[in-house]
Design a protein around this ligand. Structure first.
Ligand code: FAD
Length: 283
């Protein structure tokens, strides 16, 4: 199914997974998707490492497994930084072969030492994928992309991706829902009409939360900082508090009537399960 249709229902809840590391990636991924399927997600999305590193050659195959083996809707992520028209054409051929229907079109982050390719921004990739018949989504940033300091430029860039053919958006994680609601107002004012699914990631450790601050510019609100301090020496309680915090965020987003919630599961089915339970209780 084309993912744009999923947003016609009430607040779809979806999950992000990444290709597991190690030699048995496909076995591990099949097991993981099987567990996540029990949460009845609106769709799963499978990440792709910029430059095709790691197990990214398996991204489309994992999306295929989710679709064909478990009957789930799936999205394969694809980055274009450093890519050529030929390499993207090869990806398109492979995704078609695997019956992938939905792609999240991304620029990706610069890979040190990699050469410049034929694409500069995600918006350059989107038309190629649309022309190839895919339903195409793109990334959105409630607190602005790390390189974009102006909130109006942020939504203007989003609008450009919509004009290029993006049919839905999935956001970067954030820990304070007030950013999401302000962003939503600005995006609508900028003429963004495509559905926006809000990305939520539970913090599982202090180092992970801090990494998110520097990697994607997410703000740490005071209640979260207090939890990190309170459970600094109690990792199990901190993980539990992180999952509860994310569930409260989801609860609030669903009450607010957002178009969708996308959970960064970090390949942990228990996170998917907790999020699905909260969201279903509200939807
Ligand atoms: P773009 O939309 O191209 O934006 C890149 C930068 O250019 C931004 O600062 C933007 O504000 C700016 N910009 C855009 N348009 C213009 C313009 N017209 N003029 C000037 N500046 C402009 N990375 C991976 O490697 N693999 C993944 O699987 C992956 N999945 C992701 C999933 C989600 C939901 C999100 C939110 C991010 C994901 N990322 C992934 C990270 C993403 O690749 C990085 O954030 C990357 O730096 C930007 O990608 P983008 O597609 O948003 O880029």
């Amino acid at each position: 199914m084309k993912i744009r249709e999923v947003f016609q229902g009430r607040c779809p809840v979806s999950f992000e997974v990444f290709p597991p590391k190690g030699e048995l990636t496909l076995n591990t991924a099949t097991d993981l998707i099987g567990q996540i399927a029990t949460c009845d997600p609106a769709f799963v999305s499978v990440t792709y490492s910029a430059g095709g590193s790691g197990n990214s050659h398996l991204t489309a195959q994992i999306a295929h497994i989710a679709q064909e083996r478990f009957g789930l809707n799936a999205i394969a992520h694809l980055t274009c930084m450093g890519a050529t028209h030929n390499s993207i054409a090869a990806h398109i051929a492979r995704m078609r072969e695997l019956k992938v229907e939905n792609v999240l079109a991304l620029r990706g982050d610069p890979v040190p030492g990699s050469s410049t390719g034929d694409f500069t921004l995600a918006r350059d990739l989107i038309p190629t994928l649309r022309e190839a018949g895919f339903c195409v989504g793109a990334a959105a940033y409630p607190e602005g992309h790390i390189d974009c300091l102006n909130e109006f430029d942020n939504v203007h860039h989003l609008r450009q991706k919509q004009d290029a053919g993006a049919e839905f958006f999935i956001t970067q994680l954030f820990f304070d829902n007030r950013f999401a609601y302000r962003f939503l107002d600005l995006a609508h004012a900028a003429g963004v009409t495509a559905p926006i699914s809000f990305g939520v990631m539970p913090f599982l450790s202090k180092s992970q939360a801090t990494r998110m601050v520097f990697m994607c510019g997410a703000s740490l609100p005071a209640p979260l900082v207090k939890l990190l301090a309170r459970y600094e020496h109690d990792p199990a309680s901190l993980r539990q508090a992180g999952i509860e915090y994310a569930c409260n965020q989801i609860d609030d987003l669903v009450r607010h009537g957002v178009d969708g919630v996308h959970v960064y599961t970090m390949n942990r089915p228990d996170i998917a399960q907790a999020a699905a339970t909260v969201a279903r209780g509200r939807a």
